[in-house]
Design a protein around this ligand. Sequence first.
Ligand code: ATP
Ligand code: MG
Length: 695
Amino acid sequence: MTDWLSKLNDQQRKAATHVEGPLFVVAGAGTGKTRTLTTRVAYLIEQAGISPESILAVTFTNKAAREMKERIIDMAGPHAVKTWIYTFHAFGVQVLREFIDRLNQGYKKNFNIIDEDDAKAIIRDLIKSQNLDNKQYKVNDIRNKISDYKYFKEDKFDDYHERNIYQLYQKNLVENNLLDFDDLQVLTHELLLTDEVTRTYYQNKFQYILVDEFQDTDHIQYEIIKLLGMKHRNVFVVGDPDQSIYGFRGADYNNANKFMKDFGNQVVLDLNYRSTTHILSYANRLIKRNQNRPFEKDLKSNLGDGIEPVIWSAQSDFNEANMVANEIKRLVSDYHYNYEDIAILYRNNALSRTFEDTMMKHNIPYVMYGGISFYQRKEIKDVLAYIRVLLNPNLDFYFKRIINVPKRAIGPTSVQKLEAKAKELKISMFEAIDHIDFSGKAKDALHEFKSLILEMSDKLNYMESLEEIVMYVAYHSGYIAMLEEEKDDISEDRIDNIKELKSVFVQGEQFYEGNFVERLQQLLDQIALYSDLDKADDRNAIKLSTFHQVKGLEFKVVFMTVMEDEIFPSPLSTFDPKDLEEERRIAYVGVTRAKERLYLTRSESRLLYGNWMNPSPSRFLKEMRPVQEVFTSRKFESSPTQKNTTFLNAGDKVNHIVFGEGIVVGVEDGIATIAFKMPHGIKKLLENHPSIKKI
Ligand code: ATP
Ligand code: MG
């Protein structure tokens, strides 16, 4: 047996060496689903001799895809690099680059991909050009409705104008040969469904299909897998219903039932290899509260009891973040932990700011997942827009972005006139420069710009390696000079970011094959698909992230922060038991990321969205903590503001610093009604105020 097969337990090995026919591995967090899937790919290649090109493995994030590819190459050897390992979106790009013209919808194979910001920018322009009131017609709102319409076929448009914007948006995309993220899936599905040539090609090609995080696939993704897998029927999916957390984006656990009906054959894994028993008992107690659990199973660990999780309460959000920072420093200096072993998790991105500021102040290196991404920074998008225009000057969308950056005396009016001319003559804006009928400074500037583009584009054609591009473009376009002139902290950061972009290109050189333009195009695709901070190096830094972004990952130490009602579970979810259960699964994903240490923290007051609030502890804390023990948390020496959380129940005896002994009469929303001896009488107090001790 190979070394890597012997590292699986019997159940896992059986699943990994299952060759013919479908298989659905359903199992809890940390039971080795991903490891089993990865090993199975290596097994198919190395032991069964299957050609890597005929294997498709689908992951949830780009990062997961990269890691999986590295592991498979480690196990099965260098030729495994040809395995198709992609996210659903990236897979769509591959298919569409090959066959999109067969849809006959006007798209060409050399399309560009726009991100959410670009999509919103287009909608903003349309609202303006249609002279609509931007208070009534909101960009985000219309963006969501367009997506609902395209992806879910749900028509939520309120009136004619909104529907009209959708139509203009779509027209704009097709005319500019642009695809948004919805298109990457919808068009791939449409192509596989309606075009026999495409369908047959991929059905024959992929003898083996594997899907990780199957519980979070949506209806279109399921149909894509079904269409691809129908011929060979070797579809292998792994998932955990308790970790289904993308319901709000249409993920559909009914896919599991569909799979069983369409393909069938299920196995279960039940031993957790990630976390200690104490941590798993928190996870088990929590998820038990969910009614809707297709596979009820407690997670069991073989790693021993480990360290008890702790629940900490702080007086302010600022104190909470400081507490966490101090503990991180202690873990790194007094224990064997490195920064990269540690993650700080929270419910949504808006909560990251306090932690970011605090980590900076404490000199703790961090990277943020899912915040404003490197690739969404203005300077990065500008330089990339230049590169796209140099490849094809007729891309109006990108051309417009850079026409006056840096400033070249081409004002908005001239741009509008140029655009109108292009429309009139049905040519690109770049081509329309030769036909403008105004004169003066702007005209000269436009002609100069045109020569600059032609000159740079010519130079690009003679380049051999991707490495040369970024700095050439950044300098030659005048972009760096512009930043140097601004000369402030921000412009220095921007120059650093552009240099960082160069390293992305240097790395890309090792990854892609084909001639220069093909390699460049592949790299631009990859960049367009990045959804998180995928910057080259996040080693030796703690991670700041939402729960959603760490799906499938693991950390020795996890801080689950802002565990407060009104935030987590999110207030909207508490109206509907189904939504509340999804929130609970999100918390479950958080707990099950932790290998050795789990901290649950909250604050009694918080400044959020500009308002002060006094949130109660999250109900999930009560659900998770052991019933008998109240003082599960450890005193935290270095922070005077930190104290134990005492969750009180009616009948508990307490001792209060001022009022002395008392008996709890009732607790509601974090407020305890306590009867003290006379002369104090009945008091209503914060149930976990430091002045109260349970006795
Ligand atoms: P999640 O549901 O969070 O995605 P998972 O089921 O995919 O989890 P993995 O990430 O594959 O679980 O495995 C969890 C951890 O356990 C990893 O560190 C993995 O290397 C380890 N592991 C898995 N199987 C074994 C095994 N048989 N022996 C030792 N370690 C294992
Ligand atoms: Mg996994």
